[in-house]
Structures are given as C-alpha cells and as structure tokens.
Design a protein around this ligand. Structure first.
Ligand code: IPE
Ligand code: IPE
Ligand code: MG
Length: 245
C-alpha cells in the first residue's frame, strides 16, 4: 500500500518526479485588485509581472514546457475597457520581454484563434515566435483567444480538408492531434488553477485528458515560485496510472 501522502511529503520534502509540462489557469487578477479597491486592470498588470517570475523559475524546477491561459474565447464578454487593457498588456509583455526571453533561451509560442486579434498584436506574436524558434531551455506557450471547443472545431475543419484532398484516409486520434494549435507539443502533466475556482473553463480539454489537477486558493498576483515548488513536490507523490494498474 502506498504511504499516506501527507506523511510521505513530510519525510521526503516532496517527490522526485517532476512534471515535464505544466499548464496554468491564471485566475483571480480581478478579485485581487477589487479586494484592494483598485481597478481590475491593476490586477492584470500584477498578474503579468507574476508570469515573468514564474517563467524564470521553471527551468530550475525541471519544467521544460509551460502553457499559460491568458485570455479565453469567453473573455470577450468583459467590458471594452478591460478587453482593450488586456490586449495592451499582451502587446507590452511581448515587446518588452522579447530581449530577455531570447537571452534566457525561452521559446515562445501562442495558441488560440488569431483572426480576431488586433493585426499589430498578431504581427508581434509571429515575430517573437520566429525570433525565439531556436531556443529550447523553456517552451512557453501563451493561450490568447483560446477556447478548447474553438480549437477542436478549427482542427476538425482542417482535418476535413485533408480528408477531402485525400491526404488522410481513415482519420484517427493522431490525425486530429496534428491539426490542433498544440500539434507537436507534449500533453500537460499537471494543470494548476489559482483563485479557488475548481473548473477548467474550456482550457486544453483534449490535451489535458490525462493530466493531474491542482486547485489552489491563492489569487494569481500572489502566486510565487515557492507556491509552484510546493505544488510540484506534491505532484511527485502522485501515482499516475493512465488506465493501467
Ligand atoms: C484571470 O483573472 C485573467 C483573465 C481571465 C484574463 P480574472 O480577471 O478572471 O480575475 P477574477 O476571476 O475576476 O478574480
Ligand atoms: C479562465 O478564467 C480564463 C483565463 C484565466 C484566461 P475566467 O475567469 O475567464 O473563467 P471563469 O469565467 O471563472 O470560468
Ligand atoms: Mg476569473
């Protein structure tokens, strides 16, 4: 029988196994700001600072892939002010982080539908993807205008095109996977959601089918590399079975 997890954690200080790919639903920016009587966008700006810190911490924690949920297909429902403010934060993040990400060996990619985004943002996204394409210390994927159902619908359309052109005959899982925005990326081992909500909000439904989940009450602007380290230690104690025994 396996040791009782909390006791084992005390004894060993955490498991040795590290997740190769973690995905984070960075939630709670709005509440963080509201609690302080500040506009929600202040919380989003703090949240973006946290992303930088967590990105820098990942390689030393043995994480090779980090995928973060920055803006969902449902987030367009928010006020114009909040949406435009978020888009400005994304533009600035890419512009000002480009140098340091290149220098630190971070490869940056984006998932989600791009057509609805401002053309200026789209071109910044493509240029940083190209600029960091040879980096391999950390694979950072940012989900902007991402929705799992939207991604699957777009993938199904691409796959139908391949079938019609005769490039694929009997479409299977691998064929659909090759049409996703994440084609070629490993599946996340662990999905973390901050802010206490215990839902997945349309994030990586295909890719995270066998992921482990961690839900923490900490709001994203308060989430530090130490919080991440504690979660990764707990992950090392989990038994993943993938349907086996
Ligand atoms: C997450 O924080 C960031 C985005 C969804 C863009 P929220 O803005 O959802 O923060 P809460 O959930 O309202 O506190
Ligand atoms: C999920 O958070 C999306 C992002 C973190 C970008 P939301 O705050 O939009 O999700 P719900 O509305 O609580 O499900
Ligand atoms: Mg939220």
């Amino acid at each position: 029988m396996a040791a009782e997890p909390a006791a084992a954690f005390e004894e060993t200080g955490g498991g040795d196994r590290r997740p190769r790919h973690i995905a984070i639903i960075m939630d709670g920016n709005g509440r963080w700001a509201t609690e302080r009587g500040w506009p929600r966008l202040v919380g989003h700006r703090r949240g973006a600072e946290r992303v930088k810190q967590i990105v820098r911490a990942c390689p030393d924690l043995g994480v090779d892939w980090l995928t973060v949920y920055a803006f969902s297909t449902e987030n367009w429902k928010r006020s114009t002010e909040e949406v435009l403010g978020l888009m400005k934060i994304f533009r600035r993040y890419i512009q000002y982080e480009a140098e340091s990400m290149s220098a630190e060996g971070v490869r940056m990619r984006f998932i989600g539908g791009r057509d609805r985004l401002d053309p200026k943002l789209q071109s910044l996204m493509s240029s940083i993807e190209m600029r960091t394409a040879k980096n391999s210390r950390l694979n950072l994927t940012v989900a902007i205008n991402y929705g799992g159902r939207d991604e699957l619908a777009r993938a199904a359309q691409r796959l139908a095109g391949k079938v019609m052109r005769g490039e694929v005959s009997e479409a299977g899982e691998d064929d659909l996977e090759a049409c996703l925005d994440t084609a070629g990326h490993p599946d996340p081992d662990l999905v973390i959601r901050t802010s206490g909500e215990t839902r997945t909000s349309n994030f990586l439904p295909w890719q995270a089918a066998y992921a482990e989940y961690e839900f923490t009450p900490t709001l994203w602007p308060d989430f530090t590399p130490d919080h991440l380290k504690a979660i990764l230690d707990r992950y090392g104690l989990r038994e993943r079975r993938f349907g086996g025994v």
